[in-house]
Design a protein around this ligand. Structure first.
Ligand code: NIG
Ligand code: FE
Length: 414
């Protein structure tokens, strides 16, 4: 058996729990001063203070890691990304700086549809090579599990290639990749006015194959004005559930009072994501239910949109997760340091809430709260070390990556 003993962590931030934290629970991160963790075969075996664990651990058989002066916390979970795609859309970023809106660019043929042609041209090998580079940047920021969506193929072959590549990456790269099918990511010109038919094509031609090859756990849809309406989205989600998918929704990003959050809760979705324009009723429904409210501040920042009402959601009792939304259009960033800064400075979240949102609640948003997201006995040893003694340095050392070491399943990978 391989044993690793981490001791003298200035603060061990356990985020202890095996289910999402709601509302006021989010600030309880369970800090152990001068903390220690014993890892056995990639899993956490003992957690406590260094004094306590020094008495229990056999120093002869364990590899020692000194975390003196450093905070240790669970690896971050980036629970919403579109990290696989072909080509780039730097021109659109420039147009937005000149005042054009995301939807107007989409209407004139830019946006998601513009990524489809270069994505359809990519092979599984191309995706794996691109994906590996992008996962490497995530790992350096302390992300040990990521969710990745298909959705830039919108035809059977390309959607399957994207997911097959993510499966290969999951098996070959230290970062775990939770896969989501997002066939209904937008409406291509040839399907305009035939949205139901398009969804039926996805449900009958593509998704059974996705399930057969075990390519995705989740199904997602972009419910938005000019994309998929509530009626069609509800039907798609209900049908996807019958096929065995867990559900996610791109909800209430742009149009106010669209009802995306309410629909996500009614359909029993695992998460409702974006929520910039969530209504009071939507927030109330999210707080009562088990649907995680996943907020994507980097996207709001890049689109110059007002941030999602994090304070209102948490104060209402919702379970909030934070994620990057890395994608080629609305947000070509997976900067965890910037995300943390925005969460704390502009969304008025406490650093403890931000840490919960990026660990245990992120894990819950991808259905892995029993395996990852906290430092508890039995969980996978996915841990990060900071250059500084406390999580308070995460927003304070603004926009700078302060992750010094990353451990995945008990092995130091950074
Ligand atoms: O989550 N909103 C829909 N999908 C992505 C954007 C994808 C793109 O612009 O390429 C998002 O922001
Ligand atoms: Fe997204």
């Amino acid at each position: 058996m391989k044993r690793t003993y981490i001791r003298r962590a200035a603060e061990l931030v356990t985020c202890s729990g095996d289910k999402a934290k709601h509302g006021s629970e989010m600030k309880e991160v369970g800090i152990i001063k001068n903390g220690a963790v014993l890892i056995e075969d990639g899993h956490i075996a003992l957690v406590g203070s260094t004094e306590e664990l020094d008495k229990k651990v056999d120093f002869q058989t364990a590899e020692l890691i000194d975390a003196g002066g450093q905070a240790v916390l669970p690896g971050f979970v980036d629970s919403h990304t579109h990290f696989l795609f072909g080509g780039y859309r730097a021109d659109e970023f420039g147009w937005r700086l000149q005042g054009e809106s995301y939807l107007s660019i989409m209407e004139k043929g830019g946006g998601i549809n513009a990524t489809v042609t270069p994505t359809r041209a990519a092979s599984v090998e191309d995706f794996v090579a691109l994906g590996k580079e992008r996962l490497n940047t995530m790992l350096r920021f302390g992300v040990t599990t990521v969710e990745g969506k298909s959705g830039y193929g919108m035809d059977k072959d390309t959607e399957l290639r994207m997911l097959r590549a993510m499966k290969i990456l999951d098996e070959s790269h230290p970062v775990d990749v939770v896969r989501t099918f997002l066939g209904p990511h937008s409406v291509l010109p040839e399907w305009k006015g035939k949205e139901r038919e398009f969804l039926r094509y996805m449900l009958t031609e593509v998704m059974p194959e996705v399930k057969k090859e075990d390519l995705a756990e989740f199904a997602d849809i972009f419910t938005e004005t000019g994309v998929f309406n509530i009626e069609d989205s509800t039907w798609y989600l209900q049908e996807a559930k019958k096929l065995g998918f867990r559900l996610k929704v791109h909800a209430d990003e742009i149009a106010p009072n669209f009802g995306g959050s309410e629909m996500a809760v009614s359909c029993g979705a695992h998460s409702a994501d974006h929520l910039l324009k969530a209504s009071d009723e939507g927030i109330r429904r999210l707080a009562e239910g088990n649907t995680i409210a996943t907020l994507l501040p980097l996207t709001a920042f890049c689109l110059k949109e007002p941030y999602a009402p994090a304070r209102k959601l948490i104060d209402a009792g919702c379970a909030v997760a934070l994620a990057s939304d890395l994608n080629p259009g609305s947000c070509f960033s997976n900067s965890i340091p910037l995300l943390i800064a925005l969460g704390c400075i502009y969304m008025n979240m406490r650093i403890e809430e931000v840490v919960t949102a990026l660990t245990l609640n992120g894990a819950a948003a991808v259905g892995r709260e029993k395996e990852i997201g906290s430092i508890d006995p039995g969980k996978q040893a996915d841990l990060i070390f900071l250059h500084y003694p406390s999580i308070q340095f995460l927003p304070y050392r603004t926009g700078v990556n302060i992750v010094s070491r990353v451990m995945k399943r008990g092995e130091l990978v950074i």
